[in-house]
Design a protein around this ligand. Structure first.
Ligand code: AMP
Ligand code: MG
Length: 344
């Protein structure tokens, strides 16, 4: 199959993409978080193609993307007032809500769960594609399962050239990490995955928030978890990733003691001079955490090379968007963290 790449700025792109989705085929779509691999979320055969193209485990449910916030009423029931407050505050935007699913949502989209994850993305062309298709678009991140997510059209092309009919190129994603997921089906709202909408922002609207254990710790692959996707190895290049915590100086000293010629250093732009002799790669500025979230996956993909033995990574501290960067990097590192303040 020939894979067409069309610019989001091209007038006909939304119409062409919507037709392909209506016909039950796959289209890679740009969003503010990452590129998604989209299909008609109400069509089980189309949804099955997403799982096949990504090599995604069948028990990992998909997010349904809607063109307008009010559309969630077609796919969800028993919607609590908190969902409307969150939609008002953050949609369109990088927030996904888990709500009770209506019967029209097929089991393959929800991986058999009674709930469905819904989001209204902050990308005008993608919302137009969904509107013209007339169906909600199920779309996970477009990467091959287990690999770092796709934040440019080129990343999608690298993973799916010849396997999908269309990639819509909307330029690099601004947020760069997948959406924040909050579960609203229990008594207390629960953060299942941190992202561009921060825990602090959620708390300000909800007044309460439980952080699921899958956010901060490694989950056993046989465990029963709220967000099934969180238990899989994720976001990881082929090489082993080790996070080196501690001050700039102590971390640099640790890395210089341990790194070999086959290793790479993934650091902040401010730290590049410290690693001049170690072939470092910066993924953004520590003093502007949005550049770190925007640059993380592109950097991890650049380092996804069988020649590289080990990657020593620096991770931002604190809350806000840094919390999401920590989550992705810790998962890429399978929670291997050394503290350079105490380890030699
Ligand atoms: P991805 O789109 O690849 O970032 O993956 C979607 C994420 O949403 C995965 O981590 C899923 O486990 C999670 N998800 C989707 N639907 C649900 C649901 N009904 N309940 C809990 N988590 C969900
Ligand atoms: Mg994903």
């Amino acid at each position: 199959m020939k894979t067409l790449v069309l610019s989001a700025a091209h007038q006909q792109t939304a119409k062409i993409a919507a037709k392909i989705i209506k016909d039950g085929e796959l289209v890679a779509i740009p969003t503010e978080t990452v590129y998604g691999l989209g299909a008609d979320g109400l069509n089980p055969e189309a949804v099955a193609k997403i799982f096949a193209a990504k090599g995604r485990p069948q028990d990992n449910p998909l997010i349904l993307h809607v063109a307008a916030p009010a559309d969630i009423e077609k796919f969800c029931h028993s919607i609590p007032a908190s969902a409307y407050l969150l939609a008002e505050a953050f949609w369109p935007g990088p927030l996904t809500m888990v709500l009770p699913a209506r019967d029209c949502v097929p089991k393959c989209t929800t991986a058999g769960l009674p709930t469905v994850a819904v989001r209204c993305p902050d990308n005008a062309v993608t919302r137009e594609i969904i509107r013209l298709a007339g169906v909600p678009v199920a779309a996970p991140s477009a990467n091959i399962s287990g690999k770092p997510s796709t934040t440019t059209a080129q990343h999608v092309y690298d993973d799916h050239n010849g396997k999908i009919p269309l990639i819509v190129d909307g330029g690099p994603c601004q947020v760069g990490v997948e959406s924040t997921i909050v579960d609203l089906t229990e008594e207390r709202p629960r953060l299942l995955r941190p992202g561009g909408i921060t825990p602090e922002q959620l708390l300000a609207v909800l007044g309460d928030l439980v952080v699921d254990k899958a956010v901060t710790a490694q989950i056993d692959k046989d465990a029963v978890v709220k967000a099934p996707g969180m238990k899989y190895k994720h976001y990881a290049p082929q090489a082993e990733v080790v996070i080196v915590a501690g001050s700039r100086e102590k971390a640099a000293a640790y890395i210089h003691r341990h790194a070999t010629a086959k290793d790479r250093v993934l650091c902040f732009e401010e730290e590049l001079p410290l690693y001049a002799d170690c072939n470092p790669l910066s993924y953004g500025r520590e003093d502007c955490v949005e550049t770190l979230s925007a640059g993380l996956f592109a950097a991890l993909r650049k380092l996804d090379n069988p020649q590289i033995h080990k990657i020593y990574a620096r991770c931002p501290e604190g809350g806000g968007v840094a919390y999401a960067v920590q989550n992705r990097l810790k998962k890429a590192a399978a929670f291997q963290i050394v503290d350079a303040e105490v380890e030699v």
